[in-house]
Write a protein that binds this ligand. Structure first.
Ligand code: G3P
Ligand code: MG
Length: 347
């Protein structure tokens, strides 16, 4: 524990450990806070028997809004101020690819939100499925754009446009239409809309912001997520091309690069917010999905300069009584137990 005179809070701050939290199934379900999560935030902010503040960040595979908007939602849900500087969502690391491509297709999310997010990341020319459907409504026979979508979508001459990459930013709101358009491009001559490649291997690269097949929402049972769409895209490509393989890419947990991104964020956050200059010995990662949270944390722990300690909770995807596919260092009931476990282990 260190006294940090230069920090904004002037309080005792834990310098040897930090927390990183998954969101869905750990802190929030279906837009509502899990009650213990509100309490856990208070504990982290000094309401504990040692009177210390503990640095923490958030690392969710979710997305579909700007980091600032998402933090606004989370601040209200968890009754504590949360800053974009302590937050990563599935598509945040995609920002590092903005300068690599000129025209890209951005898929998923509500209305125009993901186009706006992509533009804010610096993507120069962002096409949406709505633009393609507005330009040629025969693209998706059963999908008609709503008046709102018609207003926002941009009709354009695609004959000289090359879609250089496809980014699925957030969950699709129209799986069939988006599947058709992704597949058309995967089979196209180098990303030219309306063409079909003879070799079927020159489509643009396809990036998903994460690979969760299921996730924990308001329903009592898990719901289908972006990883399911990814599987359907690959399966359908193989079927339609009579056996060719489509290799797509995923960001998010459990990718090591996502945890590296999180490490850089945590370093900046601890320095700027808490005036801590050396890395913590231990980062406690609290998640509900063995395949992404626990797998990623354990894998990253093999490479990381510090100890990444995986904690599995029972409030989301993982179901008590089942054997998790990836083993956490510890399993607890809720995120509040996870925070208390970390503190007791340290103090
Ligand atoms: O779409 C969101 C979801 O798949 C997972 O979010 O917060 O559990 O990583 P989270
Ligand atoms: Mg989760």
């Amino acid at each position: 524990v260190t006294e940090t005179p230069g920090s904004k809070d002037q309080a005792l701050v834990a310098d040897s450990f930090a927390f990183a939290f998954d969101i869905d199934g750990v802190l929030v379900r279906g837009g509502r806070a899990i009650p213990e999560a509100v309490e856990a935030m208070k504990v982290l902010n000094g309401d504990n028997k040692y009177g210390i503040k503990i640095p923490y960040i958030f690392l969710t595979n979710g997305g579909g809004k700007s980091e600032a908007e998402r933090c606004g939602d989370l601040s209200r849900q968890l009754e504590v101020e949360i800053a974009p500087a302590q937050f990563i969502c599935g598509h945040t690391p995609m920002s590092e690819m903005a300068s690599k491509h000129n025209t890209v297709l951005v898929v998923g999310g509500e209305g125009e939100k993901c186009r706006t997010v992509a533009q804010s990341y610096g993507f120069k020319d962002v096409v949406t499925p709505g633009d393609i459907i507005k330009t040629d409504s025969a693209t998706t026979p059963f999908r008609k754009l709503t008046p709102e979508e018609l207003k926002n979508s941009k009709e354009r001459d695609f004959s000289n446009v090359v879609i250089e990459a496809i980014f699925v930013f957030a969950d699709s709101r129209d799986w069939a239409g988006d599947l058709q358009i992704i597949l058309d491009l995967a089979m196209s001559k180098g990303g030219r809309i309306g063409t079909i490649s003879e070799t079927l291997d020159e489509g643009p690269p396809i990036y998903f912001s994460h690979n969760d097949v299921v996730w924990s929402a308001a329903h009592e049972n898990v719901r289908l997520g972006m990883g399911a769409l990814r599987g359907i895209v690959e399966y359908t490509f193989q079927t339609v091309t009579k056996g060719k393989t489509l290799k797509t890419h995923a960001f998010g947990k459990p990718q090591i690069s996502t945890f590296e991104f999180a490490t850089r964020l945590l370093k900046r956050w601890r320095k700027n917010e808490h005036n801590l200059n050396s890395p913590p010995n231990t980062v406690y990662f609290v998640g509900d999905t063995p395949e992404s949270d626990i797998r990623g944390t354990n894998l990253f722990n093999e490479h990381a300069e510090n100890d990444w300690y995986s904690i599995l909770v029972k409030t989301g995807v993982y179901q008590e009584g089942t054997e998790p596919a990836y083993k956490p260092r510890v399993t607890v009931d809720t995120v509040l137990d996870a925070v208390n476990h970390g503190i007791e282990r340290e103090m």
